[in-house]
Design a protein around this ligand. Sequence first.
Ligand code: GDP
Ligand code: IMO
Ligand code: MG
Length: 433
Amino acid sequence: MKVDVVLGLQWGDEGKGKIVDVLARNYPVICRFQGGPNAGHSLQFSGKSFVLHSVPAGVFRKNTVNLIGNGVVLDPVIFRQECLDIAKMGVNPTENIIISKRAHLILPTHRIMDAASEASLGKAKIGSTLKGITPTYTDKTARKGLRVGDVLAGDFSKKYNSLTQRHLLLLKQYGFQYQRGKIKNEAASMEFNLKDLEAEWAEAVDFLKKFRIADLEYEIDSLLKTKKALAEGAQGTMLDVEFGAYPFVTSSSTICAGACTGLGIAPSKIGKVFGVFKAYCTRVGSGPFPTELSDAVGEEIRQKGHEFGATTGRPRRTGWLDLPALKYAIMIDGVTDLIMMKADVLDTFDTIKIAVGYKVGGKKTDKVPFDPDTKVEPVYKEFKGWKKDLTKCKSAEDLPAAFKRYIAFIEKELGVRISYVSVGPDRSQTIKL
Ligand code: GDP
Ligand code: IMO
Ligand code: MG
């Protein structure tokens, strides 16, 4: 059987968590394949809401198995808290989550290094979620990292201490000194109580041992003999380490190919590729955003769309839909089905704009530039708003004609069918077209 993939096509927070929860009804296996607790995936059903960071969004569906793949970086402390919160919802996570031995561990010092690196960049900072993502992936590619499977070995403490010592040396270069259990940088007014962080981490590592820690690539191969799987991307294609506006990216492969390397499946196993996008754009953190609205319209989208980070609470930057960026993501990911989220946020707008191209140096283009400093001017097409409450629509027949014209235009421009529209945060507010 195939692995279908759900991917964010923009800068993250497209609504992947909601859609995976909706689709999970039809998939007995759900897998995360990259990223870590920088992700915040919101779900809402039966009057309850939940934000997941490391656990796949199939966890609340009966009879699903939820896999955390080798491409993921896992912070045991955040994972433990998340599992305790899931248990309060009446689900036993130790029964339906399996973790790859090859997933890398986020250490307390990785988080401190993330903070030190961002502080050292000043105004040029990336706007990281400070969850230790970059230092952990750096150790992975530098072949220095610790993996989940290592926690089961007798020499785990030795390996942990050796990596932490290395981090303390690196932190010195950022002006951080280690003294009596604390890591301090007086010039930057930053202090971390490493001893406390380590105690919490050790407790969380013990908790991790309650889960099935497996050779997940074999496990998936065997599951796929009889079951179909859904892979849940984190972040978005425009934050990909290769194809995003480098260096304003995350440190993992957020594209479709990342599902293969992050789970250990062959490209021929990939089935449908669901590309998730909002009817407008948002971005958290620094980096280019051609259609950004720094005016009252942008603020209206932020307020109506509750555009504040699910992980950090930071206000998200907002702007109009960007078709050149979407076309780029569709090309890289091989999207077969589009899913449009949050059009209801635009319900009251008289006019709605879509960027259909860019102007760079006075010349028209529809290509995403290499250099993040390139000055890009969007070329807009304006639409009349539909001025109807989409959240009340239950089926395709209920959707207003002006909205149907709007999505037909997007489909034509992108050359891919929109299979679902989401008209509210709840599981039930999803329309199959
Ligand atoms: P993810 O990271 O891609 O899973 O997305 P987030 O959960 O970070 O952000 C999406 C936000 O939009 C969450 O607060 C969702 O509850 C909410 N949401 C999802 N779909 C819709 C929708 O169709 N309409 C509205 N109004 N909100 C939605
Ligand atoms: P989900 O899965 C939105 C952004 C950060 C920052 C950059 C690098 O919820 O869509 P990192 O912590 O990875 O070093 O930050 O990437 N970022 C996200 N933005 N949604 C996310 O995840 C994100 N994960 C990271 O804001 O600009
Ligand atoms: Mg999110």
